[in-house]
Every structure is written in C-alpha cells, then in structure tokens.
Design a protein around this ligand. Structure first.
Ligand code: AHR
Length: 333
C-alpha cells in the first residue's frame, strides 16, 4: 500500500499524461492493462465488475477499461464475476485488498452482503467507489462515493410518460431485473411513486426476466395469454427485456406501439432502432459512458479531496420515433 503523497504524485503524473494523450487522441483499449505506465508511479485500480450481462454492461465496462489505460498511468485489474455470482466478486475484492491496490471500483451483482468486504478495504485504507450499482444498507461510511445515473429519476420519467400517454388509464405489467439488485428497487420506487397516484393505471403484475430478451418474451407471452391480451403498457426495466416483450406481442398477433406500448430503460442502439420503428414507445437512457467522470473522481479521492456521496450521471429520454431516428447516428452504444 503506498503513501497518499506517492499516490498523489502518481495521479498527477497520470493526469498530465492523460491530458497529453487526450490532446493527441491517444488511448488504448486493452482489456487488462499491466506493467509500468511509462514511469515508476502507476496507479493500480481493482475493478470488481459484473461481466457479460447485456448491451448496457458491455458499454459501461468497455468505457471504464478504455479510460483507465496503461498509457494514462494506470494498471487496471479487471475482474468480471463468474456467471454473475456474488461469491466470485467477493473473492476478487478480497484479492485486491490483499494485493494493496490503490483504489477499488465495485459494480455489485447483489445489493446486500458487502459489509465485511468494505470494512476490510476500509481497514486497509483502500478507497472503494461504487460504479452504477448501489449497496444495501446504503452506508456511505463504507465507501467513498457512487457514480451512476439516478435510477429513481430515470424510472420516474418512464412513469410520467405512461401517465401522460394513457389519460384514460390502462392495465400495465412490469418486467423487472433480478431480485436483490439495487437498481431494480430504485426503479420500482420511482415508477410506483408516480403511477401509484394515477388511479386509472392498473398493475396486473410484475415479474423478473433477469435482464434477458428470451426470458422476457417467455414471461410476457404467458401474461398476455393469462389476461386475454388485455395489457396496454409494459414497463421493462431494461432494453433487452422490452425487446423480448415486443416479440411476445407480435407473436400474439398484436402490434407493439398500437395494442401494447412498451417503455424501457438503458438507451442502447437496438432499443432506439426499435423506437424509431414504433416497436417500442419510450426509451429512458441510463447513460453508461461515465469513464471520464470516474477518472476525475478517482483522482480527487486519491488526492484526499472530498467528493459527493452520490455523483449523478446525466441521462436523456426518447419519446418518439422521430427523436430516436435523429439520435441514432451519433449514439455511442
Ligand atoms: O445496473 C444497470 C442495469 O444492469 C441496466 O439497466 C441493465 O441493462 C444492466 O444489466
């Protein structure tokens, strides 16, 4: 474990190098960087990641790896979970503490069960920054900050669309992410706090489809059959599940965007393409590309500066085929 002064010097060196590379468009997209970053002061970053999960996750983790490169003065140790298993994440976290990395980035597959790991990092004076996912209970004394878009606000924007699009009411179904994941609870809260007060929107049910297109298709085709197709709205908590619901609607002989309107969260290209075709009706971006913000925050933290406990990444919404068509040429994920 290095002294804060040495880390600060390392970060200053990394920062200067980053500025130089940014000016000349340098950068490296190695998945796992190692070795000496052009000097003897390299900042080691342990990234306890989720790994393969869908388009959003791929964009987010690639952006982090493209930012914390060897050329920018970092050694990024990328540790994706094994089959989304929290045990493998805890093991990687423990290894990073034992190795004495300078900072740990954590995207948690589960909201609960992190207290022991976080206390070990605290005892080793290794700052922990939450990337995207929160932890429960949310004890900011155990980590330095969380960087993510605001799930509550993002899901509230979906709920506000539903209330405005269905002034005469309708039946809705929610396709949730996996139980126990922090963003699922936050998205449910944002939706419920707005839709719950709209008397004429009726919740038919909610079920997890584990972020998966195939599973969402299977779940929603069952829901349509069980309700004689009398569902007007689907709130899918990510794009892949919304696209699965659209396939189920089509296979039931219905038209998505007409018989059933589907709203999703993430803002990946496949979702915006579906919105431009009218197969989805509303897409709320949950911006995954915050590597530069993360870099800035890591620098501040390693320099001993105070940072906010929750750093919100701005995101936008898309509410029409025209909006999606206009955005697609410049989308980065
Ligand atoms: O934590 C963010 C969520 O995880 C995204 O909305 C989803 O696509 C990903 O799997």
């Amino acid at each position: 474990m290095r002294s804060t002064a040495r880390i600060a010097r390392a970060f200053a060196a990394a920062g200067a190098l980053t500025l130089a590379l940014t000016a000349c468009g340098g950068g490296d997209d190695d998945t796992s960087t190692s070795g000496d970053g052009g000097g003897d002061e390299v900042v080691t970053v342990g990234f306890v990641a989720v790994g393969p999960e869908g388009g959003w996750r791929q964009a987010n983790e690639a952006n982090v790896q493209d930012t914390f490169t060897e050329e920018a003065g970092f050694e990024l140790k990328y540790a994706p979970a094994t089959n989304l298993d929290q045990r493998s994440q805890i093991d990687a976290f423990t290894s990073f503490v034992d190795e004495g990395v300078d900072v740990i980035l954590l995207s948690a597959t589960e909201g609960a069960g992190w207290e022991d790991s976080l206390r070990r990092a605290q005892e080793a004076e290794i700052p922990v920054i939450l990337v995207d996912r929160g932890i429960e209970p949310d004890d900011t004394d155990l980590y330095v900050t969380r960087i993510a878009p605001d799930n509550y606000e993002v899901s509230t924007s979906v709920a506000e669309w539903a209330v405005s699009a269905f002034p005469d009411g309708g039946n809705y179904f929610v396709l949730e992410g996996p139980a126990g994941v922090s963003v699922v609870n936050e998205r449910n809260q944002g939706w419920d706090d707005t839709v719950g007060s709209a008397a004429n929107l009726v919740k038919i049910g909610a079920q997890t489809a584990n972020w998966s297109t195939e599973e969402a298709k299977s779940v929603f085709e069952t829901v349509l059959r069980a309700n004689n197709n009398d569902i007007q709205i689907v709130f899918a908590q990510n794009d892949e599940m919304g696209l699965g619901a659209a396939i189920a609607v089509e296979e039931a002989g219905l038209t998505p965007g007409v018989d059933v309107q589907i709203a999703t969260i993430d803002g990946t290209k496949p979702a915006l393409e579906a919105l431009s075709e009218g197969r989805l009706s509303f897409v709320a971006e949950y911006n995954p590309l915050f590597g530069e913000t993360l870099l800035d925050v890591v620098g501040k933290v390693l320099d001993g500066e105070e940072v906010e406990p929750y750093i919100i990444v701005p995101s936008e919404t898309f509410d029409s085929p025209e909006a999606a068509t206009a955005a697609l040429p410049t989308r980065k994920y």
